[in-house]
Design a binder for this molecule. Structure first.
Ligand SMILES: Cc1cc2nc3c(=O)[nH]c(=O)nc-3n(C[C@H](O)[C@H](O)[C@H](O)COP(=O)(O)OP(=O)(O)OC[C@H]3O[C@@H](n4cnc5c(N)ncnc54)[C@H](O)[C@@H]3O)c2cc1C
Length: 402
């Protein structure tokens, strides 16, 4: 079994780590660079993106012919973790959700004409995108089979009517991937559409206030009121919306985990720093066994997460859907991130609860990790389905060819 990474990936990791340390962390430390929603302000972001692009640290997730670096999922796992040492890291390298997942699925599923129209501007960093699937009650959330937004064919056009919510980035996005119902068929009832911000027939009802920091463009509730789209706006094919969703969400869940591991490491870094410098009751905090146990436990949790993520990334690179591997990584890393922020705040005492460090930012952000892209319970249900179908085979090692 080979746990080494290619030298080219290590070179990217080292360059990203240097860029984060020298270029991004100083900006993160300057509150003047923050917008009103706890994200990097757009003018500061553009300056950093320009530098990252000039250094070739741009769109690692895409193939070279699409404008990326062709690093594959294993290479991305190494590099995304390094990016998210800073809370502002991934968006600087065009590797933040939702553009990250949208670009990957467009690269995989769009026609050449659709790629030129919808993907290339996101790759260039000229526009942002959203993925619109979740609906308020009684519509589709964890269960996409409950989707109520309809796309009704009239001649060569589709008329879209419905409501979506928690659509990340919608206030700033120009390109939308929208999932709507085209029939009542259980497997082939959903279809993915592409629409532009300027298409008439939709509006943002509200930007939903949330407990955590926000991606650019927030999380919005959208209303579709008879928006008309031509048939060439269909992505992948009519009735293939569920497949498109699975193609998008599998890798996107894993790239969330890659980034969250970077945030968990940052929590540990801040906790260790404080523990090494803080004294009380006659000794250094880091010399106390109770603190060492907490940090040792976090280190193990992070490494467990890295192994789960790496195995899933390796399986994706080999063409598997890696469903159970991704579900295990998603549950573990989401909970680990939450724990890492909590433990680091505890070790930092009152300082941890302040906004002097990014720990409270990460703590508020971390709560969504256990909900988005499948709540813990949904992934546990998926794992149990695999267990029921595979029995002891659930844990089978894949045997290499001779
Ligand atoms: C910050 C944020 C950003 C988001 N961005 C997007 C976006 O860009 N695009 C988009 O389409 N959606 C987005 N979402 C929506 C997100 O994907 C959904 O919240 C998620 O899929 C869960 O759906 P729901 O909220 O409807 O929960 P529900 O389906 O109502 O479930 C509620 C709870 O019930 C429990 N539950 C559900 N199913 C099961 C089960 N089978 N077994 C046991 N318990 C279960 C879980 O605890 C779950 O949290 C975002 C959400 C958040 C919070």
């Amino acid at each position: 079994m080979d746990f080494t990474i290619p030298p080219r990936v290590e070179e990217f990791r080292a360059r990203i780590a240097r860029f984060v340390a020298d270029e991004i962390l100083p900006v993160e430390a300057d509150r003047a660079a923050w917008d009103a929603h706890g994200n990097i302000a757009l003018d500061w972001l553009e300056a950093l993106r320009e530098k990252a692009r000039a250094e070739g640290l741009w769109c690692l997730q895409l193939k070279p012919e699409t404008g990326g670096q062709g690093l594959g999922k294993v290479g991305m796992a190494v590099c995304y973790e390094a990016m998210n040492r800073s809370i502002f890291g991934p968006v600087v390298f065009n590797s933040a959700a939702p553009d990250d997942g949208n670009m990957m699925v467009l690269e995989q599923a769009a026609t050449e004409a659709q790629k030129a129209r919808w993907l290339a501007p996101i790759v260039a960093g000229a526009v942002r995108s959203s993925f619109a699937m979740t609906e308020p009650h009684p519509g589709g959330g964890s269960d996409p089979g409950m989707m109520l937004t309809t796309a009704t064919r009239t001649g060569d056009r589709y008329v879209i009517r419905g409501r979506k919510w928690f659509i990340t980035g919608a206030e700033e996005a120009s390109h939308f991937i929208l999932i709507a119902r085209t029939s009542d068929d259980r497997r082939r009832g959903l279809t993915a559409f592409l629409h532009d911000r300027s298409d008439p027939g939709w509006r943002i009802d509200r930007r939903i206030p949330i407990m955590g920091p926000e991606e650019h463009g927030g999380h919005c509730e959208l209303v579709y009121e008879d928006m008309e789209l031509p048939a060439d706006r269909i992505l992948l094919g009519e009735g293939l919306g569920l497949k498109l969703t699975q193609m998008r969400l599998g890798p996107a869940r894993l790239t969330h985990c890659m980034r969250w591991l970077g945030l968990a490491k940052r929590c540990t870094e801040i906790a260790r720093e404080y523990a090494q410098n803080r004294h009380g009751f006659g000794m250094r905090l880091s010399d106390r066994e109770s603190i060492q146990i907490k940090l040792g436990d976090l280190a193990m949790g992070i490494e467990t997460g890295r192994l789960l993520v790496m195995k899933a990334a390796w399986a994706l690179d080999r063409g598997s859907f890696a469903r159970k591997e991704i579900s295990m990584a998603k549950i573990h890393v989401a909970n680990l991130l939450h724990k890492a922020a909590d433990v680091a705040i505890q070790i930092n005492g009152a300082r941890g609860y302040s906004t002097d460090t990014v720990l409270e930012w990460i703590y508020r952000y971390a709560r969504q990790a256990r909900l988005v892209d499948g709540a813990d319970e949904v992934h546990q249900m998926v794992l149990n389905r695999h267990l029921a179908a595979e029995g002891d085979g659930f844990w089978q090692w894949e045997v290499a060819e001779r």
